[in-house]
Ligand binder design. Structure first.
Ligand code: HEC
Ligand code: HEC
Length: 289
């Protein structure tokens, strides 16, 4: 009987420690989420015409916005999990349940470049740390496209984070607050030249570094249940591929070795919208790493 009693005490202690840890994770994450950020919103005027809008749409597709905000960009319940919680992406149109009618260029820039809401608190999950690397022209095209979206009525529930989202955020295992990895005083990059060069490839690789890391050598999975992120630098498989094989992989999601990449884990569905110049530049850049 004595042993049972001690086991009981041990279990109780574990339970108390786990609860204490959860409370700490909850309080610290909620504090971070209510923090108001300092940022410099640069003056920005959007030029628009039909070619710019079409280019903005292409850029939007390469960035995978639709996989989160829905095919029509009217938002969706992106994740609904007992442990992680319910993550909802907003309706980006100005229909019912969508963005306010007076959502301006500056509001777009605050979300896309700084990862912040109107009240200067951070957006959750929204990968602004990658989008913020867009150069002036590309950001202009993206906002030109977004500003002319046809209104779609779609009302959505609120996001509510689950126990595991708090714990993993506190342990630094998921990137809940991309605003923390953004330099908020850096202006948009000027004069990006769109040519087959290592430099342009490096610019585009902001779309890859979130998962494959800055050095493109990959690393541990991004979240529990996801695969190890592959090395795509010159020391990984792409280092052995021809330019054509690399381009084919991005277009079809199947590697020369015959591996089928799952779009939810490796978003090739978005990357197949890159044009030839972009794919060639990315290849050059990866080879140089
Ligand atoms: C990984 C999923 C994901 C991707 C990819 C993504 N978003 Fe988001 N986005 C979100 C989530 C989740 C929110 C809501 C954040 C919150 O509620 O705190 C959000 C919020 C936003 C907002 C803020 C709207 C507001 O209420 O002010 C804008 C604007 C936005 N996203 C635009 C985009 C655009 C444009 C792209 C592509 C360039 C994009 N998002 C890509 C998940 C994503
Ligand atoms: C959301 C995370 C994510 C992003 C963003 C991402 N990747 Fe990946 N990528 C992965 C994962 C995970 C794997 C490994 C998949 C597997 O093993 O099934 C992978 C595998 C690959 C492979 C196959 C490597 C091999 O050895 O077979 C290539 C090529 C690749 N990625 C290129 C890119 C490029 C180029 C970009 C940017 C334009 C990019 N990835 C962006 C997650 C990502």
């Amino acid at each position: 009987m004595k042993i049972l009693k001690w086991i009981g005490y041990a279990l109780l202690t574990i339970l108390l420690l786990a609860t204490a840890f959860y409370i700490k994770a909850y309080v610290s994450t909620e504090n971070r989420l209510s923090k108001k950020y300092n940022y410099t919103l640069q003056p920005f005027e959007v030029k628009t015409d039909s070619a710019i809008v079409a280019e903005g749409h292409r850029i939007l597709k390469t960035k995978g916005c639709k996989s989160c905000h829905g095919e029509d960009l009217a938002g969706k319940v992106w994740l609904d999990d007992a442990m992680l919680g319910r993550i909802v992406t907003p309706n980006l149109t100005k229909g019912k349940g969508g963005l306010p009618k007076d959502y301006s260029t500056h509001d777009w820039l605050r979300s896309l470049k700084h990862g912040l809401k109107r009240d200067s608190t951070p957006l959750r999950i929204m990968p602004s740390h990658e989008i913020s690397h867009l150069g002036e022209e590309d950001m202009n095209a993206l906002i030109a496209y977004l500003s002319q979206l046809q209104p779609v009525d779609h009302e959505l529930p609120e996001t509510s984070l689950g126990v595991l989202a708090y714990v993993l955020t506190d342990l630094d295992q998921i990137l809940l607050i991309p605003a923390d990895s953004i330099d908020h005083s850096r202006p948009l990059t000027k004069g990006v030249s769109r040519e087959v060069s290592v430099k342009f490839g490096e610019y585009l690789s902001a779309n890859c570094s979130g998962c494959h890391r800055k050095n493109m050598k990959g690393g541990p999975p991004l979240a529990p249940g996801f695969p190890v992120v592959a090395d795509i630098s010159s020391t990984g498989n792409p280092g052995k591929w021809s330019e054509e094989q690399f381009i084919n992989t991005l277009k079809t999601g199947t590697t020369p070795e015959g591996k089928k990449l799952k779009a939810e884990e490796m978003p090739w569905i978005a990357f197949k919208n890159y044009n030839e110049t972009e794919m060639k530049a990315l290849y050059l850049f990866l080879k140089s790493m």
